[in-house]
Ligand binder design. Structure first.
Ligand code: BTN
Length: 259
């Protein structure tokens, strides 16, 4: 597969009919989310800004874990959204998961692309990407913008040793250039109704964690049980072997192990 250039004009042409959006692209950034946070004052308060890079030297995910972001072979982007468009920012990670998986499934015809609650994108049960949502507050401490970061391994063939067994790329399933994939994800994102939580029904369909016996690590505590439900607030409901129900909020969870 050709490692074509990220081209903001091409992305804009694909999505412009749908919604006004500013697109800024870079050859290299430390992290698109960091750039978004540091430059948030410069972005529109009325429409979204898309920041995209060919490479990140300090990409990161939840709990500041590094996100491996080599040159040309992945998608590394941050969508900056003025908060007045969003009802509940905490559900944005899940909404974004729906946009990413629906886009990838449409383009690949593959049901093997799934979500691991809450923010991991899986293919063949291995991680091929992740989502990181962060908010920006104004000088009064009020959230003014939300940053939705998306990282996808498209054609990354070599991973650092510690990721070798858990990370993969989607190039086996998809043979499309990155601008098309980005455009489709953004289009699907804008099609979602973010004023409610209707997108959760698709999230439940795409979430392969449901029905599995898992372990959730929260600080020193580990809860084991079967994942039975995604609640309307996006939390994961587990039932343990004593039939006790546990409602897990994503903010509390540091790691999920699939048994
Ligand atoms: C995770 O796996 O916990 C989420 C990973 C999110 C990575 C993306 S890549 C684009 C954006 N910039 C970052 O530094 N992180 C997000």
């Amino acid at each position: 597969m050709a490692n074509n250039e990220i081209n903001p004009n091409e992305i804009q042409n694909h999505i412009t009919t749908l919604k006004k959006i500013d697109i800024i692209s870079f050859t290299t950034l430390d992290s698109t989310n960091t750039y978004a946070k540091n430059h948030s004052d410069e972005f529109s308060n009325s429409h979204p800004t898309l920041i995209i890079a060919d490479q990140q030297t300090a990409g990161y995910g939840r709990f500041k874990r590094g996100f491996f972001s080599p040159k040309d072979t992945g998608i590394y982007l941050s969508l900056v959204l003025p908060i007045n468009n969003i009802d509940d920012p905490s559900l944005l990670t899940l909404a974004t998961g729906v946009a990413v998986v629906s886009a990838l499934r449409e383009m690949t015809n593959s049901q093997l692309i799934n979500l691991k609650w809450v923010n991991d994108i899986l293919i063949h049960d291995k991680k091929c990407g992740g989502i990181l949502t962060e908010s920006i507050s104004d000088s009064h401490g009020k959230i003014s913008k939300v940053i939705v970061g998306i990282g996808l391994n498209i054609n990354t063939l070599e991973f650092p040793e510690e990721l070798e067994n858990i990370a993969t790329s989607i190039s086996d399933e998809i043979d499309l250039e990155r601008n098309t994939i980005v455009s489709q994800i953004i289009k699907n994102f804008f099609k979602l109704d973010l004023t409610g939580n209707d997108f959760l029904s698709d999230y439940r369909t795409y979430c392969s964690t449901l029905g599995k016996t898992i372990q959730v690590v929260n600080g020193n505590q580990t809860i084991a049980g079967k994942a039975i439900e995604i609640a309307d607030d996006g939390s994961l409901v587990l039932i343990d072997d004593k039939k006790n129900r546990h409602r897990i909020n994503s903010g509390e969870v540091t790691k999920i192990y699939l048994n």
